[in-house]
Design a protein around this ligand. Sequence first.
Ligand code: HAM
Length: 414
Amino acid sequence: MSFSTLKGMKDIYFKEIKKYDFIVNKAKETFSNYGFEKIITPILEETELFKRAVGDETDVVSKEMYTFIDKGDRSVTMRPEGTAGTLRAYLGAGLHKSNPNIKWFYYGPMFRYEAPQKGRYREFHQLGVESYGIRSSLYDAEIIAMAVKFLEKLNILDVRVEINSIANVETRIRYIKDLKEYLINNFENLSEDSKIRTHKNTLRVLDSKSEQDQKILENAPRLHDYFDEESKKYFEELKYYLDKLSIKYEVNEKLVRGLDYYCDTVFEIKTDKLGAQSTLIAGGRYDKLIKQLSGVDIPAIGFGAGIERIAMLLDDNLVDEKNKTVYIVYFEDTKDYLLEIVKKLREEGIKLEYEYQIKGFGAQMKRANKLNIDNVLILGENEKANNKVSLKNFVDSTQEEITLEEAIERIKNV
Ligand code: HAM
């Protein structure tokens, strides 16, 4: 009997795990520079949390959640994203009352029951930030700049930053009413998906991939024409600060995001290198969500980044390190000497390999070769008698009998 991973899920090891760690480390480095601290929240949460925070009618909640009834007869869900759980932690700790200005970052697995394809999985890994308590277009620009800087640190430079404003709730309600009316007047020609969305999640029709829909949308009302003075000013300021921070961006009026909680600033950072799943980082402002869940009016902004998608763009060279492991060749008569040397090398933090079943010299050298190891320590009768070691270096083909201290020095300085 053999088992495999579930559809849309995969194991991560060897080079892929190095990339994962590399990405997470660069994220930690970048985000902590901007004052973010790490938070870990549970993978499993009450289903109601996602319904209330992300929105009942969104694709994520209505179609894609891994939801089940636990042994206590409660409906629970494997988190499809990180914003809701992080906010639950914030509210649960009463921080909205005692200490509202919090900046958190997180990373870990998320689950969405989607049709798997390149860059889209059912279990994927996201890293994200959530910041509570600040409403300022300058801050939004800084958050976008931080996301760009994070990608720069990974040497991912060829990206497109798309921004938009989806205004405040009141403006959006006025707009959606008119958009819906327009779509209903053109209902017959809409794609099947957009027909459903017209009634369930009207704004999402705007980012339909269907050419036919896009044609109809050419004459649809524009959200930007509905902006009140405040929304207009906020968006103009955002663009001004992005210019000041030297962030290149494009305004995409059709960018509306798939989750309900956003208002004003929304953004996505995209690549042309991954086909259909082109968004690496996505986020925006969600000023009304905390009020909606707690009654306390606290603004918030954040973003999420897909680790798998970013890993696909990482240059292999970035994570290819030199193999610093030392291979030790020894013989039956020098086994005690081996153990002495191993103890000292481990104390020095040197990675090492040797055979636990004694083998001949040739077999040991062959294995060192197979492990792609540069430095081999040979512990023969002579070395033991002289209290020395022979260090053989495969890169410059040298071999020298030296003290263990000298050998350690050389190995560390490779
Ligand atoms: P999202 O757009 O749903 O936003 O996801 C953010 C990113 O996660 C995407 O841009 C993509 O890189 C990655 N991603 C999403 N679904 C998948 C999948 N099935 N397979 C692989 N990667 C995927 C959110 O989740 C929001 N919580 C972001 C946010 C945080 N907004 C404010 N704060």
